[in-house]
Design a binder for this molecule. Structure first.
Ligand SMILES: [Zn+2]
Length: 190
């Protein structure tokens, strides 16, 4: 699987049910060459196995951008480790929480914080970062801005299509009373 293949897999899963998915274009072999495009707009209320009865709180191009940034960061680094999670608090001023999730989401979290930092001088901080019902939850205080809130909402949505252990494309699985998001390799054994 190339970086472009992985990105396509994650976006197709996260936007499953969106007719505009046909317009997705992803090319590139590495972090430097990866580029993407999709017809802009807000997707329909049911996408990627989630139901947003009040309307999806982010645009599809924002979601694609977040996945692209995440895949670039993943390709530039090695296999994610717990140290990568710990380092988020050193790199990103708004990250004030010990991550209560596994390292596979570290690239997603890094890209989320980095993008929000680019949007302006904001006063906000995390209160808790954790996994709940197989998805990322990022609770915060202060104001990360309108775009920042959309990026956080998109990160929580996308997390349910990224393996929490390794960062590869994944899906939600249910085993023995637990829900988790994993790739085939890290799927729990019955
Ligand atoms: Zn995995």
């Amino acid at each position: 699987m190339t970086i472009a293949d992985d990105m396509r897999t994650i976006v197709r899963a996260a936007l499953f049910g969106d007719p505009a998915l046909d317009s997705l274009g992803v090319v590139g072999n590495d972090a430097a060459s990866l580029v993407w495009s999709i017809t802009p707009g807000v997707p329909p209320n049911r996408i990627g196995g989630s139901d947003y009865t009040g309307g999806v709180p982010f645009s599809r191009e924002l979601l694609v951008e977040l996945v692209g940034r995440t895949m670039r960061h993943r390709a530039a680094g090695g296999a994610p480790t717990d140290e990568d999670l710990d380092r988020l608090r050193e790199i990103h001023p708004a990250c004030q929480s010990v991550c209560e999730c596994n390292a596979g989401w570290s690239d997603l979290l890094h890209s989320t914080f980095a993008w929000i930092e680019e949007t302006g001088d904001l006063v906000w901080r995390t209160e808790q970062i954790k996994e709940k019902w197989a998805g990322l939850r990022l609770y915060f205080s202060g104001d990360p801005g309108v775009l920042g809130r959309q990026i956080i909402d998109a990160a929580e949505h996308v997390s349910m299509h990224i393996c929490e252990t390794c960062g590869a494309p994944g899906r939600v699985r249910h085993r023995g009373g637990w829900w988790l998001t994993s790739c085939d390799q890290h799927a729990p054994i019955d």
